[in-house]
Design a protein around this ligand. Structure first.
Ligand code: NI
Length: 274
């Protein structure tokens, strides 16, 4: 569980880190599994495969249920928890990919700001390789966003906030491999390109309490990871039985197609970018 001080810091500032989740050996195993899969697929996970990969690979479905993560999330969101989504944020060495300053809530269609992201580092994350930066205390209200669809922007729409960011007030989220950060769905955050010689790999996991609902008009689904769901606002997803099994791929395709319809609503796009 988080300490009372950590919970209070999260309430005041909109984030908490570092949270120790995996040992060095466990983290190395995760990276090796991801990279073995990339070799099999002939390249980095593309398009919809980056979204909700916990529905495709049992080892990731285990990771979203990691007790150290869920204990921390429970301290902030209560005992009945669903994993709404997950995605990899991978920056290749010396690549131009970046994330503009944004709030996560903007296009997610969720009914409440009681939503948080756990960002788990599978490599070091630092200011050389483009770690996240947070703007403390910016999580109390939604602000306007402008969609850029910039090709190097790793966000679905390249969306960025329309208010100024005071860089001097921001915090660099330095993490060691196996550590995670937690951030509120309204916290202003972004990250620069990777200027290092190694990949920067993060796995972002989004959690909601069971009372949250999808209000963007679409049927939505999620994975119950702790406690019980007395509300039934989301269809419950099945864990994959094997890497990329036929059943897992079929469920994942249906789920991510619906998710793309929510995230890209109003743009004319219907599938995740490559
Ligand atoms: Ni974000």
């Amino acid at each position: 569980m988080l300490t009372a001080e950590a919970v209070e810091h999260y309430r005041q500032s909109g984030y908490h880190f570092p949270l120790s989740v995996l040992s060095a050996a466990e983290t190395a195993l995760c990276r090796a599994r991801l990279e073995a899969q990339e070799v099999k697929l002939g390249g980095a996970l593309s398009g919809a495969l980056r979204q909700k990969p916990h529905l495709l690979f049992p080892w990731l479905n285990g990771l979203i249920r990691h007790p150290s993560i869920l204990d921390a999330v429970e301290a902030l969101l209560g005992p009945d928890l669903l994993c709404w989504s997950s995605s990899f944020f991978i920056k290749e060495p010396q690549a131009p990919g970046y994330v503009s300053w944004h709030q996560d809530a903007t296009y997610w269609g969720l009914s409440s700001p009681d939503v948080l992201t756990v960002w788990l580092a599978l490599t070091p994350a630092n200011e050389v390789n483009g770690c996240m930066k947070f703007a403390p205390g910016t999580h109390n209200a939604p602000v306007g966003h402008h969609d850029t669809f910039d090709k190097d922007n790793l966000l679905t729409r390249g969306q960025e906030i329309t208010v100024a960011v005071d860089e001097a007030q921001t915090v660099a989220v330095n993490l060691q491999p196996g550590e995670a950060s937690l951030h509120h769905v309204l916290l202003h955050h972004g990250s620069a390109p990777n200027r290092s010689a190694d990949r920067r790999i993060g796995y972002a996991i989004r959690y909601i309490p069971a009372y949250v609902r999808q209000i963007a008009g679409a049927t939505d689904s999620a994975t119950l990871v702790r406690g019980r769901d007395a509300f039934g606002h989301f269809e419950h997803e099945a864990a994959p039985d094997a890497d990329l099994s036929e059943a897992a791929v079929a469920q994942h395709a249906a789920v991510t197609q619906r998710q793309a319809a929510v995230l890209y609503r109003g743009t004319g796009k219907t599938t995740f970018r490559a």
